[in-house]
Design a protein around this ligand. Structure first.
Ligand SMILES: NC(=O)c1ccc[n+]([C@@H]2O[C@H](COP(=O)([O-])OP(=O)(O)OC[C@H]3O[C@@H](n4cnc5c(N)ncnc54)[C@H](OP(=O)(O)O)[C@@H]3O)[C@@H](O)[C@H]2O)c1
Length: 253
């Protein structure tokens, strides 16, 4: 895959990892369309990077996913890269899960249903392009879950599995399948101020771009990269250590 001259759609590109990747893809001579729910965040991103193209879309809603793809197919018939990045993270105490089901379901809809639906619906178009890619943003928590975010971790494990099947089925086609496996990154994930412990988002995005340009299809970084080489028992231990650490820091959970 050449990483210039593409037309790229980044879901959730108005903040954090999506925005950092969008800006780098823009700088390399790609056209980049970003989407998100909040118009003010899209406007903010556009004000800072006037070449970004912004579309308001909530990928939680199946009909809005289809409208987004219809917009891309009509406005940019040559579009060829889908970056499934939009995601949310919720802390869930399974002993006190008293919210209505919609509260829990939305994490599944945004983190898993949306990338699968967008990918399946975009593939007929992508397979017709001279070159194309689907990039799915999973997580190091796909490998060893954060027990305090059980639904989030499960959606990322499911998306990682889907990505592997996708890659196998599309082998030999013009569509490259790439997985980005972030460690904890300092973004607004879970809400502003809740995820400040991660690696700086610009360092992470620079690292991802370097690997993307080198042709990697499974892109880890820092802890998440190390985790990719662990065996199941080591991953189980990692999950236990994370859970103990979380409990020690959050006695009220
Ligand atoms: N930060 C980390 O430590 C970390 C680690 C591993 C994986 N990841 C993954 O990286 C991806 C990006 O997360 P981030 O850390 O950059 O979080 P972030 O700073 O909260 O950014 C999330 C972006 O997604 C958008 N978004 C959320 N829900 C959406 C929806 N329903 N429809 C459309 N856009 C939506 C947000 O805009 P609106 O809110 O305006 O919609 C925002 O632009 C996620 O998939 C996340 O799971 C993050």
């Amino acid at each position: 895959m050449e990483w210039n001259g593409n037309t790229v759609l980044v879901t959730g590109g108005s903040n954090g990892i999506g925005l950092a990747l969008a800006v780098r893809l823009l700088a390399r001579g790609n056209r980049v369309v970003i989407c998100g729910r909040r118009q003010d965040k899209l406007d903010e991103a556009r004000a800072a990077h006037p070449d970004l193209i912004t579309v308001r879309c909530d990928v939680m809603r199946p009909e809005e996913r289809m409208e987004l793809l219809a917009y891309m197919n009509e406005t940019y018939p040559e579009w060829n890269v889908l970056v499934n990045n939009a995601g949310i993270q919720q802390h869930v105490n399974v002993r006190r899960a008293n919210e209505p089901w919609e509260h829990y379901e939305r994490e599944i809809a945004i983190n898993f249903d949306a990338p699968v639906h967008l990918t399946l619906a975009a593939l007929p178009h992508l397979l017709e392009q001279p070159r194309a890619a689907v990039i799915n943003v999973t997580s190091g928590l796909a490998l060893a879950p954060a027990a305090w975010a059980p639904i989030y971790s499960a959606t990322k494990a499911a998306l990682r599995s889907f990505t592997e099947s996708l890659r196998l089925q599309l082998e030999g086609s013009r569509v490259e399948v790439i997985e980005i496996v972030p460690p904890a990154v300092n973004t607004d994930l879970g809400g502003p101020g809740l995820h400040t412990f991660g690696v700086p988002v610009d360092d992470f995005a620079d690292g991802v771009m370097a690997k993307l340009l080198a042709g990697a299809v499974e892109i880890g970084y820092a802890d998440a990269e190390r985790r990719l080489s662990l065996v199941p028992e080591e991953l189980r231990e990692a999950a236990k250590r994370m859970w103990s650490g979380f409990q020690a820091r959050n006695s009220h959970f």
